[in-house]
Design a protein. Structure first.
Length: 237
């Protein structure tokens, strides 16, 4: 079944210079092999070390890569305490915490997220119901967060990724749904890199290229790169 990824006009009204970079990967084996755990742990922690260059201010929240996403989140309705996924990763780096492997594809995109200080996320294409949109929630879209047992519906006018069955990610890439999360059983995946200005897009061009290379080298498949903007608002997978 053909599926599309679409950015809605409501997202672009808030972030007219926003661009979403996508990498589609098919027929992968996302199961972690014991002999590769060291490789992935090293990959993520090396990227964490590289990310320290973004800490130019002593106070964590004063750093530009944090400030810009907090300002972005102030433009739409969010659950109290919601923060961009890149802030969560950089906070761990700032605290000197060590990263451990989750599964190959998540490890790869987390390493890219840290190295380029950009929010990254991923979804299992086979578990997306119809098309995946990035836009404003009507409110009440079903959402079972990663690690939870109760439904936590989206708020009215929250910026979410959604499909026919409900929310996929809430508050951009803040919180992931169990339904479409990447697992060791994932065979077909879409990886997302979020940007909201031109400076981030410059970094994202390098980020998506490296993401593609790391993924292709490990999984031995050819990925497909896409870029969604106000001039190109949808892509067919």
């Amino acid at each position: 079944m053909t599926k599309k990824i679409i950015i809605d006009k409501e997202f672009l009204e808030l972030f007219p210079n926003g661009a979403i970079y996508l990498l589609e990967l098919n027929n992968i084996d996302n199961r972690i092999k014991e002999e590769n755990i060291k490789y992935f742990n090293t990959l993520i922690n090396n990227s964490a070390s590289l990310s320290k260059k973004y800490f130019t201010e002593e106070i964590f929240s004063d750093n530009e890569v944090i400030k810009i996403w907090r300002e972005a989140f102030s433009k739409f309705k969010t659950k109290k305490g919601a923060r961009s996924s890149i802030e969560a990763l950089l906070k761990r780096t700032n605290q000197g915490r060590v990263f451990n492997s989750i599964n190959p594809l998540v490890d790869i995109y987390n390493s890219i997220s840290l190295e380029f200080a950009l929010p990254c996320g991923g979804e299992d294409i086979d578990n997306i119901d119809g098309n995946m949109h990035l836009g404003k929630a009507k409110g009440g879209e079903s959402f079972l967060p990663l690690g939870e047992t109760k439904d936590s519906p989206a708020l009215p006018e929250e910026i979410i990724y959604y499909d026919n069955s409900g929310a996929i990610c809430r508050s951009l890439n803040w919180r992931e749904a169990q339904r479409t999360m990447l697992t060791p059983e994932t065979k077909n995946a879409i990886i997302v890199i979020e940007t909201i200005n031109e400076e981030q897009q410059e970094r994202a061009e390098y980020a998506i290229s490296k993401l593609s290379k790391l993924s292709e080298d490990y999984f031995k498949v050819e990925g497909k790169i896409f870029k969604l903007t106000k001039e190109n608002t949808e892509v067919v997978l």
